[in-house]
Design a protein around this ligand. Structure first.
Ligand SMILES: NC(=O)c1ccc[n+]([C@@H]2O[C@H](COP(=O)([O-])OP(=O)(O)OC[C@H]3O[C@@H](n4cnc5c(N)ncnc54)[C@H](OP(=O)(O)O)[C@@H]3O)[C@@H](O)[C@H]2O)c1
Length: 255
C-alpha cells in the first residue's frame, strides 16, 4: 500500500512571491519537509528576511532573491543565483501575482499588460530556465491560480483572464514535460485573507460571502494551500499531471 512520502531532504525549491501570504506558507511547508528554499520577492525586504528566518528555523537553507518576475530578463538571473547557491532545483512554485482590480471597461492597455506579464507571462520563462536545472529524476512545477480563471468576479477581469491563461499553460507544459519526469500542476485557492485582499474595493463583502458560502464553514488559509502543494510534491501525486486542484472548502461548487 502506498504511504505518504514527502521527504524533501536534499531537494531545492524556488517559491516566487514567497516572502508573504500564501507563498510564505508554501516556502515554510516545503522547508518543514526538508527542502532548501529560495524565495523571491519584489518590494518588501523585511518580510522576505522574516521568511528566510522561518525557513532556517526548520533546519533548511534559505535564499531571498529580489526580482520582478514580470520582467523576463530577471528570470535567468534568478535561476543562476539558485544554481550558484544550491547547485540544483527540484521544485518550482510560481506563486507571485499582481494585477489591476477594476471593472473591465476601465482597464487600459498598461493595466492589462502589467497583469498578464506577471501572472501569465512568468511561468513559461521560469519553466524554460528551471527545467534544465532539474536533474534526471525530474521535478515539480506548481502554479498558484485562483477561481477567477473559471468564474466571473467583479473587478477581476484582467486577473481572471491571466489565471485562465496560466492554467492552460500548465496543461501544455504538463504534456510536454512529462517525458522528462517533470510534473506540472496548479493549485487554485478560494478566498484567502492575505494582504492581497486589501487591494479589493469590495474586500469586506468578499470575506463575508466566502465565510457564509463555504461548506466547510471557514475561510481557506495559506496553510491549506501549502498542504496541497506539498501533496503534489509527494509520491502519492505521481500520476497527477496538468491538473488544477481547487482548495476552497467547497466554495466554488455551491449553486
Ligand atoms: N489571497 C487570495 O484570496 C488568493 C486566492 C486565490 C489565489 N491567490 C493567489 O495566491 C498567490 C499569492 O497571493 P497572496 O494572497 O499570498 O498575495 P500577497 O500576500 O499579496 O503576496 C504576494 C507575494 O508576491 C510577491 N510579488 C508580487 N508581485 C511580484 C513581482 N512582480 N515579482 C516578484 N514578486 C512579486 C510579493 O512580494 P513583495 O511583498 O516584496 O512585493 C509577495 O511575496 C497569487 O498567485 C494569488 O493570485 C490568492
Amino acid at each position: 500500500m502506498a504511504s505518504f512520502n514527502c521527504n524533501l531532504k536534499g531537494k531545492v525549491a524556488l517559491v516566487t512571491g514567497g516572502s508573504r501570504g500564501i507563498g510564505r506558507a508554501i516556502a515554510v511547508r516545503l522547508a518543514e519537509a526538508g527542502a532548501d528554499v529560495a524565495i523571491n520577492y519584489l518590494r518588501h525586504r523585511a518580510a522576505a528576511e522574516e521568511t528566510v528566518k522561518l525557513i532556517e528555523a526548520k533546519g533548511a537553507r534559505a535564499l531571498a532573491i529580489r526580482a520582478n518576475v514580470g520582467e523576463p530578463d530577471n528570470i535567468p538571473r534568478m535561476i543562476d543565483e539558485i544554481k550558484n547557491q544550491f547547485g540544483r532545483l527540484d521544485i518550482l512554485v510560481s506563486n507571485a501575482a499582481s494585477g489591476v482590480l477594476k471593472p473591465a471597461m476601465e482597464l487600459n492597455e498598461k493595466h492589462w499588460h502589467w497583469t498578464m506579464d506577471i501572472n501569465a507571462g512568468t511561468l513559461l520563462p521560469l519553466s524554460q530556465h528551471a527545467v534544465p536545472l532539474m536533474g534526471q529524476d525530474g521535478g515539480y512545477i506548481i502554479a498558484v491560480s485562483s477561481l477567477g480563471s473559471i468564474r466571473a468576479i467583479p473587478n477581476y477581469a484582467a486577473v481572471g483572464a491571466s489565471k485562465a491563461a496560466l492554467e492552460s499553460l500548465v496543461r501544455h507544459l504538463a504534456l510536454e514535460l512529462a517525458p522528462y519526469k517533470v510534473s506540472v500542476n496548479a493549485v487554485s485557492a478560494g478566498v484567502v485573507d492575505t494582504d492581497a485582499l486589501k487591494h479589493f474595493p469590495n474586500r469586506d463583502e468578499m470575506l463575508t460571502a466566502a465565510r457564509e458560502k463555504t461548506p466547510t464553514g471557514r475561510l481557506t488559509t495559506p496553510d491549506d494551500v501549502a498542504d496541497a502543494v506539498l501533496f503534489l510534491c509527494s509520491s502519492l501525486a505521481k500520476q497527477i499531471q496538468g491538473q488544477t486542484i481547487v482548495v476552497d472548502g467547497g466554495y466554488s461548487i455551491r449553486g
